[in-house]
Design a binder for this molecule. Structure first.
Ligand code: SPV
Ligand code: MG
Length: 433
């Protein structure tokens, strides 16, 4: 009997998929490679159903003889192991740009090694499919759905890349931007709701002056147009008595993690360091805050991350490690270790020593000053999350500043227009759904 191979990544089985399987079964014995969560997430969105569930469903479709994992967007490994006579796919990938085209070409190339053949059948898209797609995309934005993706990503062992957003448009960029590089598609895993950028965009200093109601409004703008997990910068968390309520509000909204920093009194931005007066909380007080927060959290996916300011305030790695242990014992689900050093040495020392006794608690870093470090170096030190905390706003402001100066200097907007997006492009930048 001939061997037939096809790859599936979908959460929703629809008529088109069944057509492909039926056709495959006519040609021979069907093996379905189910794309791993990691690769579905890399190329599309995080799958709603985990790999095991998707495999179980597909295993039970009539005509499927065997289900295996495909742990790469390229079929090479499974094809070389199986040496199928046919690979079958809908013909919709023929005219697509980007990775689909490359994957198709590689399938043809690898099959040619033993004379296998690619069979493409007319792509069938049910008129109801769009409806399903809309429902799933809305579903992804639901609080619990969005929330759990962060923990899943951390558990996968890959470095989790988080980019700042401070309004709907910047959030859309984080949501939608991807690049193809070195044979893979890259996109951000989530959004950092920075106190610095949220405050600065409102023309206010980063001193917990922008109140939570206002921060929630920005958060809501971001949530309305995205489905990626959100890590919320909750500054010091405020008074314990307030924090208890506020963390529940953030949980209801669907953020994946809240980070609170161990400072007291008037909070100043960490990157000022000791240039300004700012004080670290006692271990005891901060642990109380963590415990109170954890007490009221209901979702097991929701993370409370404790941020340690010892390196910011020149207290050294030993102090940071002592605090980290205490905060984890108090219930923190992750530790953000902040630094304003130009090199990552103290961050790496912290991570290596912390990992001697704690293999699981997530470590978060914000490489604003030690910005030469590549993500894979963080991963090598078993750091889980990298937050690019402010770059969108820092990039936008100089462009706007250039325009306002140009109009003043030239007493017209002709020169400034050269640096602006065209009216047509801005009108269509955000499509109407
Ligand atoms: C923020 O982005 O608001 C932060 C990170 O808290 S930092 O500005 O580096 O303190
Ligand atoms: Mg902040």
């Amino acid at each position: 009997m001939k061997k037939v191979y096809l790859c599936m990544s979908t959460d929703i089985i629809q008529t088109g998929h069944i057509n492909v399987i039926e056709k495959a079964a006519e040609l021979g014995e069907v093996t379905v490679g189910v794309l791993s969560d990691k690769y579905v997430a890399m190329y599309e969105k995080y799958p709603i159903l985990p790999l095991e569930e998707r495999m179980k469903i597909i295993r039970n479709i009539k005509g499927v003889a065997q289900v295996i994992v495909q742990d790469n967007i390229y079929y090479d490994e499974n094809l070389r192991n199986l040496k199928p006579d046919y690979v079958i796919h809908g013909d919709n990938w023929k005219n697509q740009d980007g990775y689909q085209r490359a994957v198709r070409e590689r399938v043809i190339e690898v099959l040619s090694e033993w004379g296998g053949e690619l069979v493409e059948i007319p792509y069938y898209k049910s008129t109801n499919l769009r409806l399903f797609e809309n429902i799933t995309s809305e579903f992804r934005g639901l609080p619990e759905m969005r929330r759990q993706i962060l923990r899943k990503k951390i558990t996968s062992g890959d470095i989790v890349k988080i980019m700042v957003a401070y309004d709907g448009l910047s959030a859309l960029l984080v949501e939608k931007t991807n690049v193809e590089k070195d044979g893979e598609r890259r996109q951000f895993d989530g959004i950092w709701m920075s106190s610095l950028c949220d405050s600065t965009a409102k023309g206010k200093p980063d001193i917990e002056l922008v109140d939570l109601t206002s921060r929630m409004n920005s958060l809501n703008d971001i949530m309305e147009v995205t489905s990626k997990p959100i890590i919320f910068d909750a500054d010091t968390g405020g008074l314990v008595e307030h924090f208890r309520y506020n963390i529940q509000t953030l949980e209801r909204m669907g953020v994946s993690a809240v980070i609170i920093e161990d400072k007291v009194g008037l909070k100043r931005n960490s990157l000022f360091g000791n240039e300004v007066e700012q004080h670290q909380d006692t271990i005891e007080n901060f642990c109380d805050k963590i415990r109170e927060g954890k007490k009221v959290i209901k979702s097991s996916a929701f993370m409370l991350i404790a941020r340690i300011e010892s390196l910011i305030l020149d207290q050294g790695v030993d102090d940071a490690l002592e605090r980290a242990k205490a905060y984890v014992d108090a219930g923190a689900d992750g530790i953000m270790i902040h630094s304003r050093a130009k090199t990552p040495d103290e961050i790496f020392e912290f991570a290596d020593r912390f990992r001697e006794t704690d293999r699981d608690t997530a470590i978060v870093v914000v490489p604003t000053t030690f910005n030469q470090v590549k993500e894979k170096e963080f991963k090598a030190h078993k750091i889980n999350i990298v937050i690019y905390a402010n770059h969108m706003l820092r990039a936008a402001f100089p462009a706007m500043q250039k325009v306002v100066k140009s109009v003043l200097e030239n007493e017209r907007c002709y020169e400034a227009s050269q640096d602006c997006m065209s009216i047509k492009d801005i009108l269509t930048l955000v499509p109407m759904e």
